[in-house]
Design a protein around this ligand. Structure first.
Ligand SMILES: [Zn+2]
Length: 283
């Protein structure tokens, strides 16, 4: 699979950056769907875990270089990496950006879909002993409700939030808090979903002929298009169901390209609607 997949959408150049793999429990990834069904698409290991990609998105338009999500975290403790069988390098963002001719200083904006550690981990980096913003010139765009939720230390999902990934960004004054839907650039707007976690923000890029959605944890794997295929991690699975019911018919009609943050087999794909429901089709 291509490590760097690109697509031009109007004036936007999109490039996916893949940094490594990790593993999560297959059952948790598919909620009520039995293993008999999901293992056809995602073979499980002896611990019932499936492979997950870590794939961020670079959006370039005029003088803006926008990074969407920042991956697993730079320089995590070995014990933490072992727990998730993480395969990435410690400073993965530096070589990944170098391959597309950029350095961390070139990033003007970082859109964080939500603050779970596997989406926002690379936003900070340790300089000596202190975590600091990994992109010194960037504005970090974070939803206010998501930050409040992350700080609430809610028992069900607090293991997914590591304060060292986001508090240093706020301390450095690098964050722009957003409240709901917004537009970063004409043609790049944000879709809000609340089923996975409060105020997850999905960047949508629209050209004259093509729309691309970075699907984060709404459609994390290519197999998540059928309506009931919803992660057990979602705080409000019935809200996710309604969000899929709302977005997918339009996406199927207009042939949106979905970029999958976690799929180990496909970088991107379309959704198709038939009498049997929604399903994945290749680009
Ligand atoms: Zn998540």
């Amino acid at each position: 699979m291509d490590e760097f997949w690109t697509i031009q959408v109007g004036r936007f150049k999109l490039t996916t950056l893949e940094f490594g793999r990790f593993k999560l429990d297959g059952g948790a990834m598919f909620g009520v769907v039995p293993r008999m069904l999901w293992q056809r698409y995602h073979p499980a290991d002896e611990n019932n875990r499936i492979e997950m990609a870590l794939r961020c998105l670079l959006v370039e338009v005029d003088d803006r270089r926008i990074l969407v999500d920042t991956g697993f975290g730079q320089g995590r403790a070995q014990k933490f990496k072992n727990m998730y069988e993480y395969t990435g390098e410690d400073d993965y963002l530096v070589p990944a950006l170098k391959k597309v001719g950029l350095t961390t200083v070139d990033i003007t904006d970082v859109i964080i879909t939500h603050l779970h550690f596997d989406h926002n981990g690379g936003s900070t980096i340790y300089k000596e002993t202190q975590p600091q913003p990994a992109f010194p010139k960037a504005r970090y765009h974070i939803q206010k409700q998501q930050l409040e939720h992350a700080r609430s230390r809610f028992e069900r999902d607090r293991a997914s939030y590591l304060p060292e990934d986001f508090e240093p960004l706020l301390d450095a004054g690098a964050v722009e808090l957003k409240d709901g839907e917004w537009e970063l650039w004409p043609g790049l707007d944000i879709v809000i979903c609340n089923g996975h976690t409060p105020a997850m923000q999905l960047p949508r890029i629209r050209g004259d002929r093509q729309t691309v959605l970075y699907a984060a944890d709404l459609i994390p794997l290519h197999s998540h298009f059928p309506l009931p295929w919803i992660m057990a991690y979602d705080l409000y699975p019935l809200t996710t169901l309604e969000e899929k019911r709302r977005l997918l018919p339009q996406a199927a009609r207009e042939k949106w390209v979905f970029i999958f943050e976690h799929d180990p087999f496909y970088v991107a794909g379309y959704v198709e609607e038939t009498t049997r429901g929604f399903s994945f089709t290749k680009l």
